[in-house]
Design a protein around this ligand. Structure first.
Ligand SMILES: [Fe+2]
Ligand SMILES: [Fe+2]
Length: 272
């Protein structure tokens, strides 16, 4: 802090699903400013839609790390880009949903240090309601992994990637007091229910999206409307207009791991 007082709170930025090139451009243009404005110590971003709207590539993941992301989380689009499987085994700052069966490439949680040397554990989970995968119970996996991480740090953030509000709210209350924060991703629409739960865990049902907002959750709206009208398959295409960065800033006590405050952010990006 520079004034001789030891800072005991850290600010963790969680960023909603980065979608395609418009999302990457918005992050590139805005992340440094957001980090400065909110005095961010640690950045967690969901990157499951970063490559052409579906999946992530090694090249793009490396770009996000260069921009200042500390941990990247994923979701149901985890297997959309073939080259990621090998990279998942190599890069421990990139995590996939932890409740995939054993034998899946990569890891479901990771512990990394902030610039000031504070350890942050991050877990990625996938919901089971309306998801196409046969996966393990996210509630029980969360409990098991939290026990592991707690041996090293009490600062733990979970990205719960799920479709329904009810599954996310339920796991939020289930994890209250066990972790610092649990944030929802996947719907690409930010919810206005951010709060600190009774036992000190920060919660939001969905972070929103980092990508083009004049769209249907990131995709060109005309094509999606045509699909609803005709029930015929259409080729999706990432929209371009009105790219924004959505997420939350969580203020966590470094000693106890409890959250003090959660703030939603929405920032618009204008190409020069
Ligand atoms: Fe998703
Ligand atoms: Fe997504």
């Amino acid at each position: 802090m520079g004034n001789g007082y030891k800072k005991i709170n850290m600010n963790i930025l969680c960023i909603g699903d980065i979608v395609g090139k418009p999302g990457r451009r918005a992050l590139e243009g805005l992340l440094a400013g957001i980090k400065k404005e909110y005095q961010i110590d640690f950045v967690i971003a969901n990157a499951e839609n970063a490559a052409g709207g579906s999946g992530l590539s090694e090249r793009i993941a490396k770009q996000f790390f260069r921009l200042g992301c500390d941990i990247l989380t994923m979701g149901d689009h985890i297997w959309d880009q073939k080259d990621l499987e090998e990279y998942l085994d190599k890069e421990d700052r990139l995590i996939r949903p932890a409740n995939f069966p054993e034998g899946s490439p990569g890891r479901g949680w990771s512990i990394k240090e902030s610039a000031s040397g504070v350890k942050v554990g991050v877990i990625n989970l996938l919901g089971r309601v309306f998801m196409k995968y046969q996966i393990l119970c996210p509630f029980l996996e969360l409990e098991k992994i939290v026990q592991q991480i707690r041996k090293e740090t009490s600062i733990i953030v979970v990205d719960m990637h799920a479709e329904t509000t009810s599954e996310k709210i339920a796991i939020g209350y289930f994890s209250d007091g066990k972790i610092s924060a649990i944030v929802g991703t996947h719907t690409h629409i930010q919810t206005a229910d951010e709060k600190i739960l009774p036992q000190g865990t920060a919660y939001i049902t969905d972070l929103g999206m980092t990508g083009p907002y004049d769209s249907v959750i990131g995709q060109e709206k005309e094509r999606i409307i045509r699909r609803y009208l005709t029930s015929m398959p259409v080729k999706f295409s990432v929209a371009k207009e009105n790219s924004q960065v959505h997420g939350v800033v969580i203020d966590v006590n470094e000693k106890t791991g409890r959250a003090r405050k959660i703030r939603r952010i929405q920032k618009s990006f204008k190409e020069e």
